[in-house]
Design a protein around this ligand. Structure first.
Ligand SMILES: Cc1ncc(COP(=O)(O)O)c(C=O)c1O
Length: 431
């Protein structure tokens, strides 16, 4: 298989480890072998040694059209002409992007640009506190909203720490950690209890409308509607973190599909098909609190609204306006989910397939799945073995169990069918 002139992965690993802590720029990029990648195109990536993989990792879901989409690449290549980053005033791509986003997202009167999903949720939390004059926020166990202090706790927690204090990092002040409360997804009672205990103190509830950071916990009928009603009645803002669901499940995100509109929406990942661009949208009555509009909430950033990110997003969203994109990825997603379900049923593997649209995941557990409490029964060891064997066969999925996989517009039925053949072989012999 090795046909490349690139140096072998082991050499790059050795070099990276000398100059980058742990040899990786994010803790969640560890894969073992292969160590890294030298080329990407469409549905495929190639490792340093020239081996090709069908890519369902898709940069944690940022790739929605396929790697190196020619229209997006062309837009990015031309983005600095006739004007690059000036850093004062406004440029055309920023305005064009905001117009597209506000037209697409039901709850968006206005938006601000930033470069990562973490920045978007950071602004969402701070803005909520400023708007409501309250100090606490609520997230669900299993939800991930980025690396900053207000939200970096209780994602994939071990059972002994779930729902308790499970920071993702050292160095966060205890008062920051304890200003974030933990509820259960699909369980409004857990939120009602928090409101009873912390009357008039909860500024916002932040939630992924499908908590994809633990695979694909689908909202039970009425759950999001209930969240909307409860937050409104209690005077809190509802933040939909659509960093994964936005521009992946529908142009208008999950709020378009569910009909439930939040106060604020964070998005990133798929909107730029892999380029660093993100944003926060919402009602003008809230966004006018930013000091760019004369309010008192700081909005700053040298690279916000950078022309390359905006150009990538304009090109991506323009393509996503063609309904064929979502129809194709959703049809392949269904083919994958049906195929995997058929295989686990046929082989009697104690596993379940979940997902929506272009997203699929395999949980190694039986019984009902509503919230994180159910996911604690997942057999991580089996998942990791499944993942390793699929990688060895040339199918790249997320290495952490309880995560999801993504299909892009560049994937084909043949890719899916070959994946299913490999999955059948792997699941048949999985210990
Ligand atoms: C739902 C969600 N919100 C926010 C983030 C943070 O985004 P970023 O990694 O771009 O900072 C992520 C990243 O995985 C995410 O999945």
């Amino acid at each position: 298989m090795a046909e490349s002139s690139f140096p072998a992965g082991a050499d790059w690993a050795r070099r990276a480890e000398q100059v980058i802590p742990g040899g990786l720029n994010s803790f969640s990029r560890y894969l073992g072998e292969p160590y890294g990648f030298a080329r990407s195109s469409g549905a495929y990536v190639w490792d340093f040694d020239g081996n090709r993989y069908v890519d369902y990792h898709a940069a944690f879901g940022a790739i929605v059209l396929g790697h190196n989409d020619p229209d997006v690449d062309r837009a990015v290549a031309g983005a600095l002409n006739p004007v690059d980053l000036v850093g004062i005033g406004i440029t055309r791509p920023e305005v064009e992007l905001a117009e597209l986003v506000c037209a697409a997202i039901p709850s968006a009167d206005q938006m601000i640009c930033c470069t990562s999903g973490s920045e978007a949720t950071f602004h969402a939390v701070r803005l909520s506190r400023a708007v409501t004059g309250r100090d606490l926020i609520v997230k669900v166990q299993g939800g991930y909203h980025g690396w900053h202090d207000a939200v970096a706790r209780n994602v994939i927690s071990p059972p002994e720490l779930a729902y308790g204090m499970d920071p993702m990092s050292a160095g966060i002040l205890p008062e920051n950690l304890s200003s974030t409360l933990i509820a259960e997804f699909n369980d409004l009672t857990s939120l009602e209890e928090l409101y009873t205990r912390h009357q008039d103190r909860i500024a916002a509830v932040i939630v992924e409308p499908i908590p994809h950071n633990v695979g694909a916990l689908l909202p039970n009928p009425g759950h999001l509607e209930g969240l909307r009603k409860l937050t409104e009645a209690q005077g809190s803002l509802l933040i939909f973190d659509e960093v994964i669901t936005g521009f992946r499940h529908a142009l208008g995100g999950w709020q378009e599909i569910s009909g439930v509109t939040p106060d604020l929406t964070s998005f990133g990942k798929a909107m730029g098909n892999g380029h660093p661009i993100a944003g926060l949208a919402g009602k003008a009555e809230h966004l006018r609190h930013f000091n760019s509009a004369g309010g008192s909430v700081l909005l700053a950033g040298t690279f916000t609204g950078h022309p390359t990110g905006c150009a990538a997003a304009v090109a991506t969203i323009t393509k996503l306006r063609d309904a064929e994109v979502f129809a194709h990825t959703a049809a392949l997603g269904q083919r994958m989910r049906d195929g995997l379900t058929g295989i686990v049923d046929e082989l009697g593997v104690p596993a379940q397939v979940r997902g929506y649209g272009s997203v699929f995941c395999l949980y190694f557990l039986e019984g009902e799945i509503n919230g994180y409490r159910d996911l604690m029964r997942n057999d991580d060891v089996r998942y990791r073995e499944f993942h390793r064997r699929m990688t060895d066969r040339g199918f790249l999925m997320l290495p952490m169990s309880l995560k999801r996989n993504h299909i892009s517009f560049a994937h084909t039925e043949e890719d899916v069918d070959r994946t299913l053949d490999a999955a059948r072989e792997v699941l048949r012999t999985l210990p």
